[in-house]
Design a protein around this ligand. Structure first.
Ligand code: ADP
Ligand code: ADP
Length: 236
């Protein structure tokens, strides 16, 4: 279980995240909504420790992960899968190589490096792609795929890390409505089947209502709503 205790992040005069506290269970699909500048991205970056909190504590199963350093910090980052708006695939590399990057955690030097990946990793990569209906595209270059397909490849790459926590920063913001649905359904399935918490920043309240088990609304860095989508009032 993930717990935040009074987590704040200050950038000079700006309080980007203001004393945020909540806990999140395995199997929850939490949508974070709020206007641009509300602190959503900063919050995700604090969770995977790309950014250090100015105040407060973040714990995972009781262990404080907000002060980790060195190899313990790198290990925590590997346990947090990150999914981005812009997919961040290497466009000219093929799909399976893009997914295998999930086991090394960095970009390979050449696509020919694929032969150095153990067969077991390649088999896992194909399984993850298959779970997202993308195994048929394994040998295609990423650049040839639609945005929705690229995002599914990015999710497969993230799953190869066997994450404890999935963090997605506006994963459907650059997709058309149909692809946005496909990607949200994929996250929903992963959340249910793998029993991991998924925290997803969304700018669409409609998508949050339809897919999330819980919605957290932020304004000026603070949590202003936290509950099931059914409890959201229309004006939130
Ligand atoms: P959101 O993701 O909800 O759009 P952000 O987390 O990106 O919001 O930003 C929250 C606030 O923190 C904004 O006022 C933004 O300008 C500020 N901020 C974010 N990152 C930085 C940074 N690296 N340096 C200074 N200010 C930042
Ligand atoms: P090709 O498939 O055209 O023979 P490569 O397999 O060497 O070329 O790489 C494919 C593409 O992946 C390159 O054009 C490059 O843009 C990108 N690429 C490869 N390695 C890296 C790297 N270490 N960092 C960034 N981009 C890379």
């Amino acid at each position: 279980m993930l717990e935040l205790h009074g987590v704040s992040k200050r950038f000079g005069e700006t309080l980007a995240v203001n004393s945020v506290s909540f806990s999140c269970q395995r199997g929850e699909l939490v949508g974070i909504i709020g206007r641009s500048g509300a602190g959503k991205s900063t919050l995700l970056r604090l969770l995977n420790r790309l950014s250090d909190p100015s105040e407060g504590r973040i714990t995972w199963d009781g262990e404080d992960v907000s002060r980790l350093k060195g190899s313990a910090l790198r290990k925590w980052r590997r346990r947090c899968a990150m999914i981005f708006q812009q997919f961040n695939l290497s466009p000219r590399l093929d799909v399976i190589t893009n997914v295998l990057v999930g086991v090394v955690g960095e970009r390979p030097l050449m696509s020919s490096l694929i032969k150095f990946f153990p067969a077991a990793d390649r088999a896992r990569a194909i399984l993850e792609l298959d779970a997202l209906d993308m195994a048929g595209a394994a040998l295609q270059r990423a650049v040839t795929l639609s945005g929705g397909q690229q995002q599914r490849v990015a999710i497969a790459r993230a799953m190869l890390q066997e994450p404890d926590l999935i963090l997605a920063d506006e994963p459907v913001a650059s997709l058309d409505p149909v692809n946005a649905e496909v990607v949200m359904e994929a996250l929903q399935k992963i959340c249910r089947e793998r029993n991991v918490p998924v925290i997803v920043n969304l700018h669409s309240l409609d998508i949050a209502r339809r897919y999330c088990t819980r919605v957290i609304a932020m304004a000026k860095g603070a949590v202003v709503f936290d509950g099931p989508p059914s409890a959201l009032t229309p004006q939130v």
